[in-house]
Design a protein around this ligand. Structure first.
Ligand SMILES: [Fe+2]
Length: 406
């Protein structure tokens, strides 16, 4: 199936990414500002000769440098923890830039009061390197775990797809005339779902449910499925069992309950006259209502053992007639819209036939009995030559009429 991200989903993801990026930049800037404030205060307090009196106790302001510089170091460590490689680089540059200045105070100026600062600086550099290296190992492990899970998911998805396709082959092998029916129904169902604004995940579920909707036919006798003549009431009842059989077959796939739903209810009708449960309107699960429209469209527009494919306009009329009775009104309208968009008749099984030379001829017999699909008028000038040969019945007849649909 062609995978495309719904515009609404990708737009939401972009917004989320932008918000996350903004938060990251703000957090990074806040931490750096806090660090710069702590570093400035440390320097100012270190040089101050003033004291602060709290009750009976008088404290020199320089004794607060330890507290403020620790807060600065906490900011540095947070940068490494929360901002990975970038945070690590920034922190290391700050700490390494401080190192010669503090060392000079201790070694050249013999200011032993800077000695604790030097130890703190060295310990912070070691802590930053250790935290970063541990972070990297954790993120590498997480990455490999994510890759492993992705691979497992892809393998299980491939297995699911292959199993589904094997079942589709088995379904199609039962009926020589419905070859490709399951795939086409799945594709039409997804197109309806996309028009309804369903998410990519929902579209995928609808695709597979459409693919396996007729799996119950595996349990129906070949002679009934391929019978060219009219079915007896007994044979028709047997065919009507396929949704129930499909439900039973797919009930073992617990992780994908929507498959069972699609198979079980795809022959329910919106007016409650369908089978097997006779559900009505919204009681019928949405996935089954979508498949019902797609299934009916493909059944009418493709060849069957008992009749040839019905022309597109007549299929459209049948969909219109069934709107609100056989089909969900909203979904049926979407199907009509898709038919209207299908100006090149790509949706129909007979598309290949139309591309053959001479297929643009409009040949009409009796009205509606052999009605043509018409001639597509594109952007270029299209000449239509009308060749009218009256039947030799002796009864005066009307010349043909051209109807242009816009
Ligand atoms: Fe069916």
């Amino acid at each position: 199936m062609q995978k495309r991200e719904a515009p609404a989903v990708s737009g939401r993801k972009n917004n989320e990414n932008r918000t996350q990026k903004r938060r990251m930049i703000t957090g990074f800037a806040v931490l750096l500002t806090l660090y710069a404030a702590a570093a400035t205060l440390t320097i100012l307090l270190g040089r101050s000769q003033r004291t602060i009196t709290i009750g009976q106790i008088s404290l020199p302001l320089s004794s607060f440098t330890g507290i403020v510089s620790s807060l600065g170091n906490i900011c540095i460590i947070f940068l490494v923890v929360f901002f990975g490689k970038t945070g690590f680089r920034v922190s290391l540059i700050i700490l390494l830039a401080q190192f010669p200045m503090i060392s000079r105070n201790v070694i050249i100026q013999r200011n032993l009061a800077s000695l604790p600062g030097l130890f703190t600086n060295i310990l912070t550099i070691v802590a930053v390197i250790l935290i970063h290296s541990r972070n990297r190992r954790i993120s590498e492990y997480q990455h490999s775990e994510i890759e492993r899970l992705k691979e497992e998911k892809e393998n299980s998805k491939r297995l699911f797809e292959e199993t589904a396709m094997a079942l589709v082959t088995a379904i199609d092998a039962k009926d020589e005339y419905s070859h490709g029916h399951s795939v086409r129904v799945a594709e039409y169902a997804v197109r309806i779902a996309r028009e309804m604004g369903k998410s990519e995940e929902e579209c995928e579920q609808i695709y597979y449910a459409g693919l396996l909707h007729d799996v119950g036919k595996i349990g129906i006798d070949d002679s009934i499925i391929n019978k060219k003549g009219k079915l007896t009431p007994g044979e028709y009842n047997a065919i009507k069992q396929h949704p129930v059989l499909g439900n039973q077959i797919l009930s073992s796939i617990k992780d994908h309950p929507y498959l069972q739903t699609g198979a079980h209810y795809h022959h329910e009708r919106y007016d409650g006259k369908g089978y097997p449960e006779g559900l009505k309107g919204e009681e019928i699960p949405g996935i089954a209502r979508i498949i019902a429209v797609a299934d009916a469209y493909d059944a009418m527009s493709s060849n069957r053992s008992y009749r040839s494919a019905i022309p597109q306009q007549l299929v459209r009329e049948e969909i219109v007639k069934g709107t609100g009775t056989q089909f969900d009104p909203g979904m049926a309208r979407i199907m009509q819209h898709l038919i209207d968009l299908d100006t090149e008749y790509r949706m129909q099984e007979r598309a290949a036939e139309r591309e053959q030379p001479g297929s643009s001829d409009l040949r009409c017999g009796r009205y509606r009995s052999e009605v043509s699909d018409g001639i597509l008028i594109g952007n270029c000038v299209t000449k239509i030559h009308l060749n009218y040969i009256p039947e030799e019945t002796g009864i005066p007849s009307q010349p043909p009429t051209i109807i242009l649909f816009d």
